[in-house]
Design a binder for this molecule. Sequence first.
Ligand code: CTP
Length: 436
Amino acid sequence: MRKVITYGTYDLLHYGHVRLLERAKALGDYLIVGVTTEDFDRSRGKINVQQSLIERMEGVRATGLADEIIVEEYEGQKIDDIRRYQVDVFAIGSDWAGKFDYLKEYCEVVYLDRTEGVSSTDLRNETVLRLGLLGQSSNVDKVLREAEFVNGLQAAAVVTGEDEAAYDEMLEHVDAVYIYSHPSRHTRDIKKALLSGKHVLVETPVTLSREELHELQALAKSRGLILAEALKTAFSTAFNRLVNLIKSGKIGQVVSVDSACTSMENVENVPKEALSERWNSIFDWGPTGLLPIFELLGTDVKNKRIISSIEKDTVYDYFSKIDFVFPRAVASTRVGKGVKTEGELIVSGTKGYAYVPAPWWKTDSFEIRYEDMRQNQRYFYLLEGEGIRYELVAFLHAVLTGRTTELIDSTVTEAIVGVMEDYCAGKDLTVLEGEE
Ligand code: CTP
């Protein structure tokens, strides 16, 4: 029996795929098709595959051409598969010409002509979500850049200032908006977008009040729109894997979560009235610092204390430390724009601890450490575009499917907003005395 093997993503199965499989099958008597996992695709830079692995495998199965379907999940697996299944022929489309010649050591390698005029990328691009961007910051520039990597998403317009008319006009020409206005304006900007029937991706914190958050969430729901929080760290592979590893008991029971996020901003010459318009430490870094705390420990906070160094008569904090007591753990985050410290994340458990080096909020690696150092393990992942690219993909998927599972959980969003609200209201807040 002559065994043939071929591999692919097979997203949104199309005629080109079917023709490829037919010709591959004709090269022998038994066809094995390797379908790639989301992870493997991500690691090779293919980030916005629309269908799940199961759906894609089902698509291949439905062609009736595959005698066996396997999953491709790691680099170098082809060699293992060819040996394990005693494959005679490796076949792949001509877009890969020459790339798999190294397999000639193990079997025959055939490149089949690719079918012209059709591809999953084109199909994904068929329905384009036009995204308008509101705000002026390096984040907006980053989102603009990262949107180019996401099939099916097109950054269609940017409004930088606070020009209401320009925002209104933009809303007429887009399907969704990314909002990076000052947090005190979010509610107004989000409401406007939702009332015009547009999906919203808003930079965290979504609002500065729980009540407003609930109102906006209800409005989005009643109109069938997505209201998503943009907090790039939540979408990075390393951070997600870290959370899952810890939740599955890798370091025992979590006893303490400690994070720090700082950057330096020179506000010396900024007049006091203008300071409140700035993103202070707690608005800018707070949500990021709080993310691992609420993700790992939940939101059942027994008590908390916010200690801030605040410019008198403003809401501008140069530095804040937020401490929490949970039923069985404690947590703390330090955030600052006028203080510099090591931006690391440490999660302490009863068996070991997780160490994420600075800057932990855009890391591609972390280490799980134990008393017996020989058991320490390092984990590495690919991080494209600081997580913004994945954030956009998750948003697009939510808009296309209505499923919000890839987005930040609403309990975490609410807990973050709650801290912001309490800070603004002076609740649980201790203000450090300034210099005389
Ligand atoms: N293929 C083909 N003709 C096409 C598209 C794909 O012969 N028009 C072949 C590829 O060469 C590969 C297999 O089908 O051998 C699976 O390809 P896959 O990467 O899943 O499909 P694409 O449409 O190329 O996907 P994308 O646009 O995401 O790269």
